[in-house]
Write a protein that binds this ligand. Structure first.
Ligand code: FPP
Length: 246
């Protein structure tokens, strides 16, 4: 049988340095197939690796994925524990391969509230991969943008920062994302038009892209399409566009 032709992708410019993805639609993906929601989450986890590889191929340097929000605790207990187990399982199954491929893993979110064993697995993954520099995979887990801002404010107060010294740059460094640059592009799968408490400070000037495709079906072609649309946009950061003389 003829092998499927590998797609070739013309280079894109500019490539977003940092892409954030709201991986929505796992539940609907499963429902459409008459499967339990957990199967959708499993398919969702399996889709992270190919999208990460696509990011490396296209030149993205930081990928932040929204894996578990502070609001997700309100889901049925079996779904919450399913998502927790999936993270532990993914770290056990994929860590050595991610490390071998030069992926630096980061975590954005609160460790408190996560069970201690899983916390330890997360710390271990960060420690093992901390010197890798091919791409950063920042996993937003037990993450909420508002809690992130509150946690930053609390720490700023504890550190006794002089209010007159508090600039946007200083504040940004207190966020979970620390030294990471702001996301250039936020992609949301599953067709909705919301930020859902994701990187609310950092996304102030991000470009936004949404697709009706459910996360488990979001493949390299879809990623390329999102990056190409980003490249075609004009980012003005609140300024007037360059006037070209007639
Ligand atoms: C939203 O789908 C998905 C999430 C709860 C976050 C994404 C989670 C994964 C990809 C799996 C967990 C990842 C790790 C690394 C542990 P949904 O359930 O809201 O879908 P729906 O809107 O169709 O119901």
């Amino acid at each position: 049988m003829a092998k499927k032709q590998e797609a070739t992708y013309p280079p894109i410019s500019p490539v977003p340095y940092h892409v954030g993805i709201i991986m929505d639609g796992n539940g609907r993906w499963a429902k459409r197939r008459g499967l339990p929601r957990q199967m959708g989450h499993r398919a969702g986890v399996n889709n992270i690796q190919p999208v990460l590889e696509g990011c490396v191929e296209f030149g993205v340097k930081v990928l932040t994925i929204y894996a578990f929000s502070t609001e997700n605790w309100h889901r049925p207990p079996e779904e919450v524990s399913g998502l927790m187990q999936l993270l532990g399982y993914t770290i056990r199954r994929r860590l050595s391969e991610l490390h071998k491929n030069g992926v630096q893993i980061r975590h954005s979110g609160r460790l408190e509230g996560i069970n201690p064993e899983l916390q330890e697995q997360i710390r271990h993954a960060l420690e093992v991969t901390k010197n890798n520099d091919r791409i950063i995979l920042n996993v937003a887990f037990n993450y909420g943008g508002r809690s992130e801002i509150l946690d930053a404010v609390r720490q700023i107060i504890r550190d006794g920062i002089d209010p007159d010294e508090l600039t946007e740059e200083v504040f940004s460094r207190y966020l979970y994302t620390g030294d990471l640059p702001d996301p250039d592009l936020i992609i949301r799968t599953g067709g909705e038009y919301r930020l859902s408490n994701f990187l609310i400070w950092q996304a102030a000037y991000s470009e936004y892209y949404t697709t009706p495709t459910y996360w488990p079906d979001f493949d390299k072609d879809e990623l390329y399409k999102a990056l190409a649309e980003y490249a075609a946009r004009e980012r003005r950061f609140g300024r007037v566009p360059d006037a070209t003389p007639a």
